[in-house]
Design a binder for this molecule. Structure first.
Ligand SMILES: *Cc1c(COP(=O)(O)O)cnc(C)c1O
Length: 379
C-alpha cells in the first residue's frame, strides 16, 4: 500500500545506522556496555532516583514486573480492558487472574479509579495502570486507593516515557514502571522494553529474572569480572541486544525534538477538529501528553468501517485503539467475561479512531487528514 500519510513514522536516520555499525565493529552484540549506558541515560532522562532494567520488549517488561512483585496463583490483578492484550496475558501467564476495569470516561480512556475500587476483593494484589495515548491515568486517585487496600501498582507507560505529571513522570509513580520500544513507539529500538523502579529489591529481582537468575552475566564474565555463576531462581531470557540498546541511546537524544513536533501537531488537530468529532483529553494541556497516538471519537451514527476505507482511498492510514480485551474470545471463554462488563470501554471501542501522528508528519498533512475526515463524515 502506497500511503500518503502513515499512522506511525519510524524516525531512523544516519545516527542510528552509525551507532549500529559501531557496535558491530566492536564485536559484542548481546547485552553489554551499550545496554548499561542505555539504562543509565534512560534513568537520567526520567529524572527518577531509581534504576532501569532493559529487556527484550514491553511485554517482557510487564512479565518481569509481575515476577518482581511475586504475583502468582490465587492473586487477582486489576487491568484496564481498553488496552493492548499484553497486560492481561502476562497476568494469566503468571497463574494469576486478570480482572478487567472500565475506562474512566469518553474524555479519559484510561482506567476508572471508581471501578478499580469496586472490583477489589481480598485476593486483589495489584493494579496495572495503563497511560492511554501517553496521557497520565488518574494516578492521584489510583495511588490513594492502592495505599488504602495495600495493592501494588504497575504502570504501563508503553505509550510514552518522559511525561511529567503532578505525581512525577509516568512510570515512576507506582511500584514499577514498564516501557516499550516497539517499532511504533515514541522511542524505538525495533523491539525492546524497560523496567523502572526505585525499590532496589524489585530492581534486583527484575535483573535476575531477565537472565535466568544467573548471578553473573556473560558481559561481566567477558569483562573479566567473574567466571562462575549460580542459579538463584526461575527466570527467562528477556535480554536486550547491544544493537537495540545503541539505537535506543540515539533515540533518547532525539526524543525532545520529536516530542515538540508531536505537541504542535496535536495542537493543529485540536484547532481543525470539532463537532461532530469528539476529542478526548481536550481539557488536558497538550504539553502534558506524549501524543503516541491521536485518538478521536466518531459520532455514534458514523460508519467507521466505511470511513476508514474512504480515508484509505485518500492514502490515509488509520487504526483503532483498542478492541476491549474482555470481549476477545479467549478471555470470554477463560474468564467468563461478556458484553456489558465494561460499558464505557465498549462505547469507546465502537467509536474510536486513531489518526496519523508522528514527528515526520507536517501540518499540511494533518490538514489533509482533517479535510478528508470532515468531508466524509458529513457525506
Ligand atoms: C506496545 C504496548 C505493549 C507491549 O509492548 P511490546 O514491546 O510490543 O511487547 C504493552 N502495553 C501497551 C499499552 C502497548 O502499547
Amino acid at each position: 500500500m502506497d500511503w500518503k500519510v502513515t499512522l506511525y513514522g519510524l524516525s531512523i536516520g544516519e545516527e542510528e545506522i552509525t551507532a549500529v555499525t559501531d557496535v558491530l565493529r566492536r564485536r559484542w552484540l548481546s547485552m553489554g556496555e551499550q545496554t548499561e549506558a542505555f539504562e543509565a541515560e534512560f534513568v537520567q532522562m526520567l529524572g527518577g532516583a531509581g534504576e532501569a532494567v532493559a529487556v527484550s520488549s514491553g511485554t517482557a517488561a510487564l512479565h518481569t514486573a509481575l515476577h518482581a512483585l511475586e504475583i502468582g496463583p490465587g492473586d487477582e490483578v486489576l487491568v484496564p480492558s481498553l488496552t493492548f492484550v499484553a497486560c492481561a496475558a502476562v497476568v494469566l501467564l503468571n497463574g494469576a487472574k486478570p480482572v478487567f476495569v472500565d475506562s474512566k470516561s469518553l474524555d479519559d480512556f484510561s482506567l476508572d479509579p471508581q471501578d478499580v475500587e469496586r472490583k477489589i476483593t481480598p485476593r486483589t494484589k495489584a493494579v496495572i495502570a495503563v497511560h492511554y495515548g501517553g496521557y497520565s491515568a488518574d494516578m492521584g486517585e489510583i495511588m490513594r486507593i492502592a495505599r488504602r487496600h495495600q495493592l501494588r501498582v504497575i504502570e504501563d507507560a508503553a505509550h510514552g516515557p518522559f511525561v511529567h505529571t503532578p505525581w512525577g513522570g509516568i512510570g515512576t509513580i507506582g511500584d514499577i514502571g514498564c516501557y516499550s520500544f516497539f517499532s511504533t513507539k515514541n522511542v524505538t529500538t525495533g523491539e525492546g522494553g524497560m523496567v523502572y523502579s526505585d525499590n532496589p529489591r524489585l530492581v534486583q529481582k527484575a535483573r535476575l529474572f531477565r537472565s535466568h537468575y544467573m548471578a553473573a552475566s556473560s558481559w561481566s564474565k567477558h569483562a573479566g569480572r567473574s567466571s562462575f555463576y549460580d542459579i538463584e531462581g526461575l527466570g527467562l531470557n528477556y535480554r536486550i541486544s547491544d544493537l537495540a540498546a545503541a539505537i535506543g541511546r540515539v533515540q533518547l537524544n532525539k526524543h525532545a525534538a520529536g516530542q515538540a513536533v508531536r505537541v504542535s501537531l496535536a495542537h493543529r488537530y485540536r484547532e481543525r477538529l470539532s463537532e461532530p468529532v469528539h476529542l478526548p483529553y481536550r481539557q488536558a494541556d497538550p504539553e502534558t501528553g506524549s501524543h503516541h497516538i491521536m485518538p478521536i471519537l466518531l459520532p455514534q451514527t458514523a460508519d467507521r468501517v466505511r470511513l476508514m476505507q474512504q480515508l484509505k482511498e485518500a492514502g490515509i492510514q488509520t487504526s483503532v485503539h483498542y478492541l476491549p480485551c474482555h470481549l476477545f474470545r479467549f478471555y470470554q471463554e477463560c474468564l467468563e467475561t461478556k458484553p456489558g462488563d465494561c460499558p464505557v470501554a465498549e462505547e469507546i471501542a465502537e467509536r474510536q479512531l486513531s489518526l496519523p501522528l508522528h514527528p515526520d508528519l507536517t501540518a499540511a498533512q494533518v490538514d489533509y487528514v482533517c479535510d478528508h475526515l470532515l468531508q466524509n463524515l458529513v457525506k
